[in-house]
Ligand binder design. Structure first.
Ligand SMILES: CC(C)(COP(=O)(O)OP(=O)(O)OC[C@H]1O[C@@H](n2cnc3c(N)ncnc32)[C@H](O)[C@@H]1OP(=O)(O)O)[C@@H](O)C(=O)NCCC(=O)NCCS
Length: 168
């Protein structure tokens, strides 16, 4: 009989403290606040209406990481019927380097592969070394000899339905 009485069992949880899920309408305002806090570049589509339009066109594209009931991470994993595109990856500064962004991207990859995507793209600011380091660590290669051309246009007064294949 070993000395010191019965063995003491210590349980160590290997489950993460966060969950990754598709966003619902109530998440839109916290997600916009997260983007301000996380410090990524703001864009003209960072509005409640913009997120609502995204959700109507590609339901499930906006993923959030929730920790203790608080939205601490986001990723848009959008499928347009042609390619899968990642936008607005952000993790709250207090929750970084714990694997949240990686978990968001892996969930986004699962979603986009399930939609039929075979090519995944992330648009990353080239003056953000942290972002570049993250995407390289996640297994993405920086594309050479390509730049993005952008033009802002006014919303059309005559909106058409442009639903994605997942909606039909
Ligand atoms: C980039 C960002 C999303 C990373 O989130 P995160 O949850 O901390 O990332 P992870 O914990 O999943 O990191 C995975 C790996 O990426 C790399 N990485 C992440 N942050 C890094 C940093 N600051 N410096 C160097 N490498 C980094 C590391 O290899 C890391 O693995 P390790 O922690 O085992 O070393 C977060 O820093 C952020 O929100 N930044 C501001 C917004 C932004 O730049 N978004 C990207 C726009 S495309």
């Amino acid at each position: 009989m070993p000395r010191g009485g019965p063995p003491v069992l210590i349980f160590v949880s290997i489950l993460p403290d966060w969950t990754i899920r598709s966003a619902v309408k109530e998440d839109f305002a916290p997600v916009l606040a997260l983007w301000v806090t996380a410090g990524g570049p703001a864009t003209v589509t960072d509005t409640l209406e913009g997120l609502s339009r995204l959700s109507g066109a590609d339901r499930g594209a906006l993923l959030v990481a929730e920790w203790d009931g608080i939205v601490v991470g986001s990723l848009i994993a959008a499928w347009d019927g042609w390619r899968g595109s990642f936008y607005r990856l952000a993790v709250h500064p207090d929750r970084r380097r714990q694997g949240l962004a990686t978990a968001l991207v892996r969930e986004g990859e699962r979603r986009l592969q399930g939609c039929g995507a075979i090519r995944l793209t992330a648009i990353v600011a080239d003056d953000e070394p942290t972002a570049g380091a993250f995407w390289r660590a996640a297994g993405y290669q920086r594309q050479q000899h390509r730049v993005r051309f952008v033009r802002l246009v006014d919303p059309s007064p005559q909106r058409r339905s442009c639903s994605s294949p997942s909606d039909v």
